[in-house]
Design a protein around this ligand. Structure first.
Ligand code: EPU
Length: 342
């Protein structure tokens, strides 16, 4: 590993937007598949694990740190593979900044990811949690991805079905956690203009602004305006976006909930379950705007926790557990943390 710089004892606070936690024993940036392979092979020899980090905007670092190597995925690339005037397929390096990709495809007049504007992080991280916002999700546009398979020590192509996407989930944070390093993603976008019906919050904004002509750029601008209002900028107020997943509940649970709370917002899922916004549950539990162990429950969106004065993962965990307990006590719904942990 002569040309790769391997650094030691790196504070993970500097690499995660929540700005908490301990140190990584080793850290290295990879800009090519060869560097990825080199790093995995050397970690295997040393018997240490690897954790792949993109922008660190959906990863929480524990206080004990990471006794392995953090691989900063910095593989670049943006190439239009096909474009027949109706649809275009684009290959994007995993280390590209996601929002730069959105900006670029929107400028090309392409639709498919414009509602996922202004999401922090990298393109390679997007499939891991099946990023989604304002009615679009990665699973809808990703046709396949290339990944380094550390088990087989080779590069593989996985199609969308093999990625096992569901709400905020994929094999990469489930059964195949730790196995793959995503190298590039291929997305399929459309030249046709975005069409209503739009996601409720987005439609409300468009109606309020009297917007009736929809282009990818119009939707991008609208989403950015909504996000800037509702979501704190992680570079100013440390946070990891939605800290909890929205709750998926069964029909009988929804019926019970509606008896007491007839106005509970909810979206029907294709699998017959119902998605109840956890922001609403936390707000109803009286915690919107609360300060718990140095963590602020965002006053504009209770799904977001901001690190105001917490000094450790321990503080964050205490705040998180208090919120989970308060929601459980009130609704008997067990909410789940959304960001991954290193
Ligand atoms: N709501 C409340 N109180 C709150 C927050 C939300 O009552 O404090 C209600 C809203 O009134 C609305 C519903 O919950 O009826 C949904 O709210 P919103 O549209 O703001 O979206 P969200 O459920 O809070 C999800 C994603 C966001 C994504 C938005 C828009 C998850 C975990 N979060 O949030 O993703 O931007 O939808 O599509 O699914 C992220 O993952 O980091 C993220 C920001």
């Amino acid at each position: 590993m002569d040309h790769m710089e391997i650094r030691t004892e790196i504070p993970l606070q500097q690499y995660t937007t929540m700005r908490l936690g301990g140190t990584a024993r080793f850290m290295a940036s990879a800009t090519s598949v060869n560097e990825v392979r080199e790093l995995y092979n050397s970690a295997k020899v040393q018997g240490i694990p690897i954790f792949v980090l993109g922008g660190g905007s959906n990863v929480i670092a524990r206080d004990e740190g990471f006794e392995g190597a953090v691989l900063l995925n910095r593989i670049k690339g943006f190439a239009v593979l096909t474009d027949d005037g109706q649809t275009a397929t684009i290959k994007v390096g995993a280390g590209e900044i996601w929002d730069e990709v959105v900006k670029r495809t929107v400028a090309m007049g392409l639709s498919g990811i414009e509602a996922m504007s202004a999401i922090p992080g990298t393109a390679g991280a997007a499939p891991v949690q099946n990023v989604g916002a304002y009615g679009q999700e990665v699973a809808d546009v990703l046709t396949e991805l290339e990944a380094y398979d550390s088990l087989a020590d080779r590069v593989v192509t996985l199609d969308a079905a093999e990625c096992g996407f569901s709400y905020r989930h994929s094999i990469f944070r489930g059964e195949a956690s730790g196995r793959y390093c995503i190298l590039s993603i291929i997305i399929k976008l459309h030249h046709a203009a975005p069409k209503p019906p739009f996601y409720a919050g987005l439609q409300r904004y468009l109606t309020d602004m009297n917007i009736t002509t929809f282009t990818p750029q119009v939707i991008r601008d609208a989403v950015m305006a909504i996000r800037f209002d509702k979501l704190p900028d992680p570079t100013e107020r440390p946070n990891a976006g939605s800290f909890f997943k929205n709750a998926l509940i069964e029909s009988w649970q929804l019926s019970e909930l509606r008896e007491q709370y007839p106005d509970v917002p909810c979206y029907d899922m294709p699998d017959g379950r119902h998605k109840v916004p956890t922001g609403w549950l936390i707000e109803q539990a009286g915690l919107k705007g609360a300060l718990l162990h140095g963590m602020r429950v965002h006053d504009k969106n209770a799904l977001v926790l901001i690190n105001e004065s917490a000094t450790s993962y321990h503080d964050l965990a205490a705040a998180r557990d208090a919120i989970i307990q308060a929601v459980y006590d009130k609704f008997h719904i067990q909410i789940q943390q959304e960001p991954l942990e290193i």
